[in-house]
Design a protein around this ligand. Structure first.
Ligand code: SF4
Length: 199
């Protein structure tokens, strides 16, 4: 966990991330967040089944160009990661893990706001429509019938802004995957990553 000489309170936010389930968390300069146009394009082509389904995904978010403008207003960001057995990401545990990712991201954002970083903004991964509103025909924001059903949990997906998660993790000093030795075998581990702009 990096961040010992960070602005007031950021160390507490790193501790919060780990207490909520993150394997590690770090403060990075917001200018180190890697954004690539072609990654955001992948949501549309070849296409994600959730493309256009929720307000947190393209084409309903501002995309790479909007993120580049947004990030100019921030100096610092918190990156956190969950480490899970790779096979869990291909099992019925997957959605629960992604919901946890959103929960940690939104909790850090809320704590940052309560510390006085009132413009803090969290990003997670995966479609909020699939994770939180799969039993509803439509995203309520997109239907125009009201606000988000899950404002305390759901956050936009980093994919739609072209954020390169692999490089983001490198910026935080982590690698994307590794193997953990158990008593019987080596278990391949995968990672999920979230981001909170602090300001
Ligand atoms: S209403 Fe559901 S689908 Fe729409 S933004 Fe909120 S969580 Fe996502």
């Amino acid at each position: 966990m990096k961040g010992k000489e960070e602005p007031a309170g950021l160390e507490d936010l790193l501790v919060l991330a780990c207490r909520l389930g993150a394997r590690d968390a770090a403060v990075i300069p917001s200018g180190d967040i890697p954004v690539e146009d072609n990654l955001a394009e992948l949501c549309k082509t070849p296409g994600c089944e959730n493309y256009g389904q929720g307000a947190g995904c393209p084409p309903h978010v501002s995309g790479p160009s909007g993120f580049r403008e947004l990030v100019k207003q921030y100096r610092k960001a918190i990156v956190f990661m969950l480490e899970v057995p790779s096979e869990a990401l291909f099992s019925n545990e997957r959605e629960g893990l992604f919901r946890l990712l959103h929960e940690i991201a939104s909790s850090i954002e809320r704590a940052a706001v309560s510390m006085g970083y009132g413009r803090s903004k969290a990003f997670a991964g995966g479609s909020c429509k699939q994770l939180f509103c799969q039993h509803h025909a439509q995203c309520r924001v997109l239907s125009g019938k009201g606000g988000c059903r899950n404002p305390d949990l759901a956050r936009p997906s980093m994919s739609g802004f072209g954020i390169n998660v692999s490089k983001l993790m490198q910026a935080a000093g982590w690698s994307m995957s590794r193997a953990v030795k158990t008593e019987k075998d080596a278990v391949a581990m995968g990672t999920l990553c979230g981001l909170v702009l602090i300001g």
